[in-house]
Design a protein around this ligand. Structure first.
Ligand code: TMP
Length: 237
């Protein structure tokens, strides 16, 4: 595989063409942004660490029969991934009340609801990535009802897999965001990273935050905490 020209550059990733039209290389950057780019920083080594964590987690998903775009790690900060047709929605899976849900519904962070909560968000940063529901997604022509059902089924399986993995290293999966794509045969594929940048992870014992909230809320030790997550996962994988 040969890495060719840059196809796209976003806030935290670069996507490169390869000599195989079915694959791209995604490189993780050290740049970080929150609150729609209002708060920005460069966190040294973040690209390498989030790539490391996301590669371990997506490999674990692949081995548990969850269809992901991840093929293999390329160098320190890159992943060889399958090209998919990206679907412009985000699924947010919540096991514990936190973040925007706590704020929107006036709830305390840390409440554990009996059921898992699945939010659907339209990827339109110019509109503030609004919450939508299944009927909106179908009306907008983004997915069929059948695909939505499959997407929630996969999201629940991803959640179970993530909880099982992080449980082994003393970490609670509070919530996370995932995006999907369609493969050439129309099947749904998890096409996203799963790292402390996109998941809320709390230490089971101390409830210490081990994710991007450390950056969002100025809690300090962002890189060190991400490194601790990677270290714990390396111990069991
Ligand atoms: P929220 O509490 O802000 O809705 O976020 C829920 C989870 O989803 C949290 O783990 C952070 C993650 N997330 C992203 O990774 N990217 C996003 O654009 C959003 C809105 C949330």
């Amino acid at each position: 595989m040969k890495e060719l020209e840059l196809l796209y550059e976003g806030k935290s990733k670069q996507i490169f063409k390869t000599d195989n039209d079915d694959c791209v290389v995604i490189r993780f950057k050290d740049d970080t942004a929150a609150f729609y780019n209002i708060k920005r920083a460069v966190i040294e080594q973040k690209g390498r660490i989030t790539c490391d964590i996301s590669s371990m987690v997506l490999d674990y998903m692949n081995r548990h029969n969850i269809n992901t775009h991840f093929i293999e790690r390329v160098g320190d900060d890159g992943q060889l991934c399958r090209v998919v047709e990206h679907i412009p929605v985000e699924v947010i899976v919540r096991n514990v009340v936190a973040g925007s849900m706590a704020k929107r519904l006036g709830m305390d962070e840390g409440i554990v609801p009996e059921n898992t909560i699945f939010d659907l968000v339209l990827r339109r940063s110019d509109l503030g990535d609004p919450l939508i529901n299944d009927h909106h997604a179908v009306a907008l022509g983004l997915l069929s009802y059948e695909e939505l059902a499959k997407m929630y089924e996969m999201s629940a399986a991803i959640n179970n897999c993530l909880i099982e993995l992080y449980d082994k290293v003393g970490i609670m999966v509070v919530d996370f965001k995932i995006e999907f794509g369609r493969a050439a045969d129309g099947s749904l594929v998890l096409a996203d990273e799963l790292s402390p940048d996109t998941c809320r992870l709390w230490d089971k014992e101390t409830k210490e935050r081990m994710d991007k909230d450390r950056f969002r809320r100025d809690l300090g030790r962002v890189r060190e905490t991400y490194e601790e997550v990677a270290k714990r996962l390396h111990n069991v994988l």
